[in-house]
Design a protein around this ligand. Structure first.
Ligand code: C2E
Length: 351
C-alpha cells in the first residue's frame, strides 16, 4: 500500500473511499477479494498514479480482471509489501545465524584458552623433576585435554557449516524473490518495473559512451476483440506466444519486457534505428507467420499481428521523451492499418 492511500485510510475520507471501492468493484463485476480491494483503493485513491492509470486503461479496454491480471498489477506496482515481509524474515534468520557465529567464536576462544592453560600448567610442572607416576598422570591429563579440544573444534565446525549453508540458502531465496519482483508472471519476461530501471541505466550508459540506443514498443493488434471472442484464457496464451517469440529472438544486452496489458517494450543498446527496424520486421513477420489454435476446442484462431513503433535516443533526451516518441510511432503504425513497424525518425522526416 502506498503512503498516500495509507494516510487516506486513516483519515476522515477512509470509509467513503472504502465504500466507493466496493461499489466500483461491484459495478465492474469484480469479486471483492482482499487483493482486488487493495487495487481498487489505489485506483480510486490515487487515480493519477501509474497503477491508477493502468487500471483505468484496462477497465476502459474492457479487460476482464482475472486473478492473473490482479496478481500481475500487484506484483508490478505494489511489490513492496511482499518484498518487505521477505526482507524482514530474512533479517530474523540472518540475525539468528550471526548470533550462532558469534557464540561459536566465543566458545572457540574459551576452549582454546582453557587448552592453553592446561599446556602452560604442564610446562610449569615439568620444570621440576617428576616421579614416573606424576609424569604418567600429566601425560594422561594432556591427552584428555587434547581430545576434548578436538571434539569441541569438530562440533564448532559443524555449527559453522550449518550457519554457512543457512546463509547461502537465504541468499538464494532473496535472489529468487528479487527475480520474481522483476518478472512478469504470465510471460516470464521482465516486467515494467524491471524495464523502467533497465531503461534508466541504458540511457545513462548511452550518454556516457556516446553510443546509440533504440527503444521499441509493440502492441498486439485487435487484442480486445480477440479476448472478447475467445476468452481471456486464450488471450493470455496469445500474450505468452508473442512473449516467447520476443524472448527467443532478443538476447542480452537487448531487453524485452511486458510493459502492461498487451504492450511489450524492447531496448537495443548500441544499435541504431535502421538496424533495429530490420530486426523488428522479422519479429513481426515471425509472430504473424503462425496460425494459432485454441487449445480447449482446437478452433482455428488465425494469425496474430502486431504493430510496432521505434525511436533512437537523440542527444541527452530523457527516457520519458524517448518513450513518448516510440509511442507516437506505434500509433502511426496503428493508424496506417496495423501489422507494421514505424520508425519515429522516418515519421519526423515525413512530417
Ligand atoms: P505452452 O503451451 O506452455 O507451450 C510451450 C512450448 O511447448 C511451445 O512454445 C512449443 O514449443 C511447445 N508446444 C506446446 N504445445 C504444442 C503443440 O500443441 N504443438 C507444438 N508443435 N508445440 C507445442 P511456443 O511455441 O514458443 O509457445 C509459447 C506459448 O505460446 C505456449 O506456451 C502457449 O501459451 C502459447 N501458444 C503458442 N502457440 C499456441 C497455439 O497455437 N494456441 C494457443 N492457445 N497457445 C499457443
Amino acid at each position: 500500500m502506498t503512503a498516500e492511500v495509507e494516510t487516506t485510510l486513516r483519515g476522515p475520507a477512509a470509509f467513503t473511499l472504502a465504500r466507493q471501492a466496493l461499489e466500483a468493484m461491484e459495478s465492474a463485476g469484480v469479486w471483492p477479494t482482499p487483493l482486488n480491494f487493495e487495487l481498487w483503493l489505489h485506483y480510486l485513491g490515487e487515480p493519477d498514479s501509474p497503477l491508477g492509470k493502468e487500471m483505468k486503461r484496462l477497465l476502459d479496454a474492457g479487460t476482464p480482471f482475472t486473478e492473473d491480471i490482479s496478481e500481475m498489477l500487484l506484483a508490478e506496482y505494489l511489490p513492496r509489501g511482499r518484498l518487505n515481509d521477505e526482507i524482514r524474515d530474512a533479517g530474523v534468520v540472518l540475525n539468528r545465524e550471526l548470533n550462532t557465529v558469534a557464540e561459536v567464536i566465543a566458545e572457540a576462544r574459551s576452549s582454546q584458552a582453557a587448552y592453553g592453560e592446561t599446556l602452560a600448567g604442564a610446562g610449569a610442572a615439568m620444570e621440576t623433576p617428576l616421579e614416573p607416576g606424576d609424569l604418567k598422570r600429566l601425560v594422561g591429563d594432556l591427552t584428555t585435554a587434547t581430545s576434548r579440544i578436538h571434539r569441541e573444534n569438530a562440533s564448532l565446525e559443524k555449527r559453522l557449516e550449518a550457519s554457512t549453508s543457512e546463509v547461502a540458502r537465504l541468499r538464494e531465496h532473496l535472489e529468487q524473490v528479487r527475480r520474481d519482483a522483476m518478472t512478469d508472471a504470465l510471460t516470464n519476461l521482465a516486467n515494467r518495473k524491471a524495464f523502467d530501471e533497465e531503461m534508466t541505466r541504458a540511457c545513462e550508459a548511452a550518454q556516457q559512451r556516446k553510443a546509440p540506443l533504440t527503444l521499441a514498443i509493440l502492441d498486439i493488434d485487435n487484442f480486445k476483440k480477440f479476448n472478447d471472442t475467445w476468452g481471456h484464457q486464450t488471450g493470455d496464451q496469445v500474450l505468452r506466444y508473442v512473449a516467447s517469440v520476443l524472448g527467443r529472438t532478443l538476447r542480452a544486452p537487448r531487453v524485452a519486457a511486458r510493459y502492461g496489458g498487451e504492450e511489450f517494450a524492447m531496448l537495443f543498446p548500441g544499435e541504431t534505428a535502421p538496424m533495429v527496424e530490420a530486426v523488428l520486421n522479422s519479429i513481426r513477420e515471425e509472430i504473424g507467420s503462425r496460425s494459432l489454435k485454441r487449445r480447449s476446442t482446437n478452433d482455428d484462431l488465425g494469425a496474430v499481428t502486431v504493430s510496432i513503433g521505434l525511436a533512437q535516443k537523440q542527444g541527452d533526451e530523457s527516457a520519458l521523451t524517448l518513450m513518448g516518441r516510440a509511442d507516437e510511432a506505434l500509433y502511426a503504425s496503428k493508424r496506417a492499418g496495423r501489422n507494421r513497424v514505424t520508425s519515429a525518425q522516418k515519421l519526423a522526416t515525413a512530417a
